[in-house]
Design a protein around this ligand. Structure first.
Ligand SMILES: *[C@@H]1O[C@H](CO)[C@@H](O)[C@H](O)[C@H]1NC(C)=O
Ligand SMILES: *[C@@H]1O[C@H](CO)[C@@H](O)[C@H](O)[C@H]1NC(C)=O
Length: 339
C-alpha cells in the first residue's frame, strides 16, 4: 500500500497504458502525421482527465497533517469517509462547501483560507472505488489521526454495485483486492465495525451516517430496490450503535425531489461508467461550457450527473443535510470553545 492516504485505484493501469500509447502516437507522427497528431491529441485529453479524476483531493488527510504542523490554534475538525462521491474528482465535490454553508447559517463571516477553512476544518478521506472493507482495513486508522470532532460516513455504493451487476462486481473486487464479493450481510458487518472502531478510538466524536443516494434517477428500477435494502441496513446499524451516532437521510431527501420528475427521463444506471468517461473529459477540458449540472441536464438527470455521482444540485442538497446534522450535534458550541 502507498504511504499516503490516497491512491489511484481504478485508474492506475489506464494511466500506464495511456502513457505507452502517447509515446507510440509521437512515433506515428513520422509515419502518418495526420493520424499521429489526432491520436496524440486524443490521448493527451484522456491522460489529463484521468490524472485529474484520480488525483487526491486538496483537503486530503495528508495535506491536513502538513498544514496542521504549521498552525497553532485548532478549530473543530470534520472527517469525511467515503468513496468517489466524497473524493469529489469525478463529480461535484461537496466537502469544500461545508464551511461556507455552515458559516452563512451561523451568521459568521465567510471562510477565507484555501483548503481547511474556519469555522470547521473539513478533511476529505474519500477514495474513488473504495468499499466498506477498504475503509475499515486501509483508511480508518490513519484518517482518525486528524483527531476529528465529527465524522461523516457515506459508504456502500460500491458494495451495492456488486449486488446489482456481476460484471461490475468482478471489477470492484479486482480493483480493491477484496477477499470475497460483498453481500448485504458482509456490508452490515463491515459498516458496524467501522462505527464501532471510531467509537472505541474517539468516544466523544459525533458520527453522522448517510443513507446511500439513489443509483440512477429511476426510483422503481432494480438498483434502487437494492439501495433501499441497504438503507434499511444502515438505519438498523445506526440504531444499534453505541455513542453519538446520527442517521443523515440522504436517500429520502433525494427521493422527494426525484419523485416530482418524469420516470422516463434520466440515464440508465448501468451506463454510468460510459457516461462518466465522456463527461469527465468535457468537465476538465472545457470547464467554461460544462459544469456538472449542465452535463447532468444533457443526460436528463437532476441530481446525479452520470446516474451515480452528484452534480452541483445534488451536492447542495447533501451539504444542507450535513449542516443540519452538524447544528443538531452542537457544532456552534464546539466552534465557540475552540476559538
Ligand atoms: C468486509 O467485506 C469483505 C468483502 O468486501 C469481507 O470479505 C469481510 O469479511 C468483511 N469484514 C467483516 C468484518 O465482515
Ligand atoms: C452489467 O454492467 C455492464 C457494464 O456496465 C453492462 O455492459 C451489462 O449490460 C450489465 N448487465 C446487466 C444485466 O445489467
Amino acid at each position: 500500500m502507498a504511504s499516503g492516504l490516497h491512491d489511484r485505484r481504478g485508474f492506475d493501469s489506464l494511466l500506464r497504458i495511456n502513457l505507452v500509447l502517447l509515446a507510440l502516437s509521437l512515433l506515428m507522427i513520422f509515419v502518418n502525421w495526420k493520424l499521429g497528431l489526432a491520436s496524440f491529441i486524443f490521448l493527451c485529453i484522456t491522460f489529463i482527465s484521468s490524472e485529474a479524476a484520480s488525483a487526491p483531493p486538496a483537503n486530503s488527510p495528508d495535506q491536513f497533517e502538513a498544514w496542521l504542523r504549521r498552525k497553532g490554534a485548532r478549530k473543530p475538525v470534520l472527517l469525511c469517509l467515503g468513496d468517489s462521491l466524497t473524493h469529489g474528482t469525478v463529480s461535484s465535490s461537496f466537502t469544500p462547501d461545508i464551511p461556507y454553508k455552515l458559516s452563512s447559517t451561523l451568521g459568521l463571516s465567510p471562510p477565507t483560507q484555501n483548503f481547511f477553512m474556519d469555522p470547521l476544518w473539513v478533511v476529505n478521506a474519500g477514495q474513488n472505488c473504495i468499499t466498506t472493507h477498504g475503509v475499515l482495513h486501509e483508511r480508518l486508522h490513519r484518517a482518525l489521526g486528524c483527531f476529528p470532532d465529527f465524522v461523516l460516513i457515506m459508504i456502500g455504493t460500491n458494495d451495492m454495485q456488486c449486488l446489482v451487476n456481476g460484471t461490475l462486481a468482478k471489477a470492484i473486487v479486482k480493483i480493491n483486492k477484496l477477499p470475497e464479493v460483498p453481500t448485504m450481510e458482509v456490508y452490515e458487518r463491515n459498516l458496524t465495525k467501522i462505527i464501532d472502531y471510531i467509537h472505541n478510538h474517539t468516544p466523544q466524536t459525533h458520527i453522522g451516517v448517510c443513507t446511500l443516494p439513489p443509483m440512477g434517477e429511476n426510483l422503481d428500477a432494480n438498483p434502487n430496490r437494492i439501495i433501499r435494502q441497504a438503507n434499511e441496513v444502515i438505519e438498523r446499524v445506526v440504531k444499534k450503535a453505541p455513542g453519538k451516532v446520527t442517521l443523515i437521510p440522504v436517500y429520502s431527501r433525494f427521493e422527494s425531489i426525484l419523485e416530482k420528475k418524469s420516470k422516463k427521463s434520466g440515464s440508465k444506471f448501468e451506463y454510468h461508467y460510459i457516461l462518466s468517461s465522456i463527461q469527465v473529459p468535457l468537465f476538465y477540458m472545457i470547464p467554461a461550457l460544462f459544469d456538472w449540472n449542465r452535463l447532468a441536464s444533457l443526460c436528463g438527470n437532476t441530481l446525479l450527473v452520470d446516474g451515480l455521482h452528484l452534480c452541483e444540485r445534488g451536492r447542495d442538497e447533501l451539504v444542507n443535510l450535513i449542516v443540519e446534522w452538524l447544528l443538531s450535534a452542537n457544532v456552534a458550541k464546539a466552534i465557540a470553545v475552540k476559538s
